[in-house]
Design a protein around this ligand. Structure first.
Ligand code: TTP
Length: 200
């Protein structure tokens, strides 16, 4: 079976892919993440996941390349990673006391072929006080995360309810990723270690 490459600089994605026992290498993709004029959120995340996967696949003939993108969407507006503390505070104020969508797309490319899907999760925040928004941004945790929070970190205390895939919010939907790899002919369970002695 051809090798699997994770086209991502995200330590969370690598950790999640390791969690399900996949055997892979990491090669981050450098692409322009600017949304196209009038582009819808689902289209945007899927396009980026496909571009990340295809960009790395172009330089790795025969390899299976997994790309992914996560964006937070509120009132149809895409919130990416904040560029400043001020922007992080603004995003958190917008998310306070309401429900937003986290959209994560995964794409698996091999040579010219590419399969992709989008997972949408509803996340509801309780009301956040100004003091805790400022304290949270001061920790630095929001800075490399879409929507300026990490559900898997300190930001977990903001989340009242989640409907959908927790792992997709962190950056890689585990069930759907395993399904995409299985459809491509290499289910992750084939790489799982066996703790039992051979019965032969
Ligand atoms: C909402 C949310 C996002 N995130 C992260 C997942 C992604 O790493 C990041 C969204 O940015 P992305 O552009 O999807 O990914 P990235 O720049 O980190 O890595 P790459 O493009 O190389 O794959 O936000 C969390 O870790 N926790 C959360 O709760």
């Amino acid at each position: 079976m051809s090798c699997l490459i994770l086209a991502s600089a995200s330590p969370r994605r690598a950790e999640l892919l390791r969690q399900i026992g996949a055997d892979f290498q990491v090669a981050p993709a450098e692409i322009d993440e600017t949304p196209q004029p009038g582009e819808g959120a689902q289209h945007y995340v899927e396009r980026l996941a496909r571009e990340k996967a295809s960009c790395v696949a172009g330089g790795a003939p025969g390899a299976r390349v997994l790309g992914s993108d996560t964006s937070v969407v509120v009132d149809g507006e895409i919130l990416g990673k904040p560029e400043s503390d001020t922007q992080a505070c603004e995003m958190l104020r917008r998310l306070s006391g309401r429900t937003h969508q986290v959209m994560t797309s995964i794409a698996l490319a091999q040579d010219q072929k590419c399969r992709s899907l989008v997972v949408v999760t509803d996340v509801s925040f309780r009301e956040l006080s100004e003091a805790e928004i400022v304290a949270y941004v001061a920790t630095g945790e929001p800075m490399d995360k879409a929507g300026s929070y990490g559900i898997q970190g300190l930001g977990g205390i903001f989340v009242r309810e989640l409907k959908g895939s927790y792992s997709a919010v962190v950056g890689l939907p585990l069930q759907e990723t395993a399904e995409l790899l299985a459809d491509a002919g290499d289910p992750v369970w084939r790489h799982w270690p066996c703790s039992k002695e051979s019965q032969a």
